[in-house]
Design a protein around this ligand. Structure first.
Ligand SMILES: C[S@@+](CC[C@H](N)C(=O)[O-])C[C@H]1O[C@@H](n2cnc3c(N)ncnc32)[C@H](O)[C@@H]1O
Length: 450
């Protein structure tokens, strides 16, 4: 019989083999439709929690194991992390039940031979957890690594970039669960109706402070969210919702969404224009282009043409200087959305940042000639590394004298000002802006008459 813990074990194993937690979780839940809602909640919490807090769990487990953790069999370490997460982070599971359930899990997944070790280590942790000495913020490096659960290279990079105080605040924010935020699909529903339907179904929710179509669900009731089948909403972080507003397209304008999949911003652009802007949505990966198409269909976005294209190559089907607006929501290290893709904490490397920055520059250079004089281009990423943000923008400006920085604040509500730096760069941070993901965006205008 499938249950939350064996599901979590299976998913975490697949993540260790290179899979993505969110996709694996969705497909596991689809294959087990009868699972009790409480078990579904526990499964999600175990998968995301173990990945998010792995640094913390390993800090607690390491002194209790005779071998170094990286010398343990991966399956044994996985079991220990699942048990340790329940002991350290889950109030609703009594400690003895957490240990017992993990020992049973070891037997259930064919690892009965290590059930004694699992039992011994977790019992030691249970006894010692109250007296465990965690690093404090007085030692920022160890604190970021072992309490905020960041890999060492990223802990160092944060301290270098932001200084200790901001690095600690960001590290803490990234270690907390992300808010459950959805974008109301205004093609099908309005925010007041959706909020009323949520309340009627027993969910606790409130409007986002900035995005006018954003809703934060603070506490889910037992019922499914209303309007799922009718395309009333799209799961999307508030920071991600801001980007389509920055593009400020007018009805009838031709938009290119250059790196579109899975299509959260494409369908948002369609909704903001009330299906009155033709949108070309490109992405390199055919499987992901299908997600744009299915999302558009589900949400009733009718003006999107999705196509597979690698934008290191100029798209020969788009005429030069023909587009009014271009969004480059570029592939990036995703460090600003670590809470939502928790495995990337452990898979991303400093080398990735260098390679992605080069790709971002190439994609920008490919699409720039497609913009009309007077047209608008947004460059956005869900990360904060200098190499993928300011350095890409500086290199683009250096090579494209006909593109000038354009301050988006004039098109936006005044209270959004706090999200922008003085030069008009959008920089959201989870510790400052209602728990939003960390996004970066810059707007350019192409000079007339060139
Ligand atoms: C940050 S994601 C885009 C998210 C999307 N805008 C949304 O809001 O749903 C970046 C996308 O760029 C795509 N990509 C990566 N390399 C690319 C390339 N060379 N050309 C076009 N798309 C690329 C990836 O497949 C990925 O879907």
């Amino acid at each position: 019989m499938a249950d939350a813990r064996s599901g979590a074990y299976e998913i975490l194993q697949r993540v260790d083999e290179g899979g993505y937690a969110d996709l694996l979780l969705d497909s596991w839940l689809q294959r087990h439709p009868g699972l009790d809602p409480r078990e579904r909640g526990l499964l999600t919490e175990l998968v995301y929690g173990v990945l998010r807090l792995r640094g913390q769990l390993d800090f607690a487990l390491a002194p209790l194991c005779r071998q170094a953790l990286n010398r343990l069999e991966p399956a044994t370490l996985r079991l220990l992390r699942i048990g340790a997460y329940q002991l350290l982070a889950l109030d609703r599971v009594p400690a003895h039940a957490a240990v017992h359930a993990t020992v049973e899990l070891a037997k259930q997944v064919g690892m009965g031979r290590v059930s004694g070790l699992v039992n011994g280590v977790l019992r030691s942790l249970q006894r010692q957890q109250a007296t465990l000495v965690w690093p404090t913020s007085a030692t920022p490096g160890p604190y970021l690594e072992h309490v905020c659960s960041l890999p060492a290279w990223l802990a160092t990079a944060l301290r270098t970039q932001f200084g200790d105080a901001d690095a600690l605040a960001l590290g803490e924010a990234l270690a907390a669960p992300a808010p459950h935020t959805v974008r109301v699909n205004t093609l099908r529903c309005d925010r007041e109706t959706f909020l009323a339907a949520l309340a009627a179904d027993g969910h606790e929710a409130r409007p986002c402070r900035f995005a006018p179509e954003g809703v934060i669900i603070d506490k889910r009731g037992a019922a499914p969210l209303p309007g799922a089948g009718e395309g009333w909403y799209q799961v999307q972080d508030e920071a991600s919702m801001l980007i389509a507003h920055l593009l400020a397209a007018k009805p009838g304008e031709q938009i290119l969404d250059a790196c579109a999949a899975p299509g959260g911003k494409t369908t948002h652009l369609a909704a903001l224009s009330d299906n009155r802007c033709p949108i070309i949505a490109l992405d390199k990966h055919p499987q992901r282009v299908k997600l744009v198409e299915s999302g558009a269909q589900r949400l009733g976005a009718t003006t999107i043409t999705a196509r597979t294209w690698d934008l290191t190559i100029p798209p020969d089907f788009i005429a030069p200087a023909s587009l009014d607006r271009i969004l480059v929501d570029a592939p990036c290290s995703g460090l600003g959305v670590l809470r939502r893709n928790p495995e990337s904490r452990w898979t991303r490397t400093a080398d990735d940042v260098v390679q992605l920055a080069a790709l971002q520059q190439t994609i920008l250079a490919t699409v720039a000639p497609l913009l009309k004089p007077g047209g608008t281009l947004i460059y956005s990423v869900c990360t904060f590394t200098p190499a993928e943000t300011d350095a890409v923008v500086a290199a683009f400006q250096e090579a494209h004298a006909d593109f000038v920085r354009d301050d988006p604040r004039s098109d936006l509500p005044t209270h959004w000002a706090e999200l922008f730096a003085a030069d008009g760069t959008l920089r959201t941070r989870p510790q400052d802006h209602d728990g939003m993901d960390a996004f970066y965006a810059v707007r350019f205008r192409r000079n007339e008459g060139r």
